[in-house]
Design a protein around this ligand. Sequence first.
Ligand code: C2O
Length: 471
Amino acid sequence: MFAGSSTVVSTLRAFAQDPPSGCPAPPSGGTHFVPGSDTRPIGLRKSINALGAAEVTKLQNAYAALRALPASDKRTWVLQADMHALFCDSCSTSPTDIHGSWNFFPWHRAYLYYYERILGSLVGDLNHFRLPYWDWENVRTLPASYRVPGSAANSLWNAKRNGGLAGGGNLPAADGTTARINTLNLLSDFDSFGGNASAGGAMENNPHGTIHMDVGQIAPPYHDMGNLGFAARDPLFFAHHGNIDKLWSAWNDLAGGSGLPPHAYQNPTDAGFLNARWSFYDENQQVVSMSAADVLDHNANLRYTYKTPIFRIPPLELIWICKLVCCLPDPDPGPFLEISEQVREAALHAVRQQATMLLVLHGVSVPPSASGVFEILAVRGERRTHLGSIGIVEHGETRHTKQHGLQTVVLDITQAAGELLAKEKPATLRVVRRPAEQKPGIAAEIFRPGQKLEYAFELKAERAEIRAQKR
Ligand code: C2O
């Protein structure tokens, strides 16, 4: 696929990959987007690996043109990247963070919409050009066109990436998997999946955050993708967020299944969600603004679509409230789940039925200095069971000590439920930093009995729920 376009690419000039940092003044005000005003044909956003040679060339030419714009232009790729930094509180000029809340999905959708229009207009194809996505659940390596040739002659290449992936290696086996996506689709409430006014949803830390950290360089400050202040300087950012956007769209498509409550798989209807509005630059360098309400129907209003199959899975309907408390008085004290006797019995019954079971932790706080990928384990005596991962993306360069937003952590506890719910000495929930040297699979050594665990921070949650399938 790439071979067909290589002649075109090699004639392009080299690009400066690392422009000096700087936080521009955020755009504000501007013309309101009017739903229905975009009358272009509805275009299909495709997987990068499904692009034909001509489409790859067009994409590369679009990024090449973007990188070649003069610094005074409002569409330059650096300014566009810094727009992301502005909206994630990486710049002191704009104390706004669209991460860590329900703004996460709609803001990135609006941002990609204008970015896509800019790229399209630069190759004279505003009507048909659509951004591709990197569907990491299927394509486990960095897409070849973003990697090869690995030089500034390739406008999709970026120097600051994890060396293993940049060389064609696979993603860590636990990250961005179909299994994880299926787990998230068991959550039918937006709060757990996509966040609320004060906390990010489960999608944001895994897979969104884990993939960010995997693609960025291995050491702090994790340039580019592992650092919100710099992530959008890697063209992969837009392919990654295309996939996140696709998964949000696919989650919404699960609404309306038979037997589902009316609010299942629906976006929030709160005014605070719908009326949030942000300003961007459009393809004519004009300031424009878009609200969350404007982006919800991307087919009709933003004129792009995805072809995603709908797999209806019954969402988890049994919900038991429990509490994450600290700590068991033991040689190795750690937080554990506290539940009433009644709940324990009901939940253990579901365990015996082999029901899929999730632990949903709301309002999990992460210490300011903790960025990276963390593994959450159930630890009971010598037994360690991996429950899931969370990826906490670094803030900007200067703001790295600021507080991370509250997280919603969703863990598949099907295998460990018996131990977590045990009456005597239940398993404790522990957080360890993933060893930097990523082996295939999840760094196997942390599971080896006898291996000393170094806990990264204590897991604390405002609310905890166990959810299971009705049998
Ligand atoms: Cu605004 Cu993937 O981060």
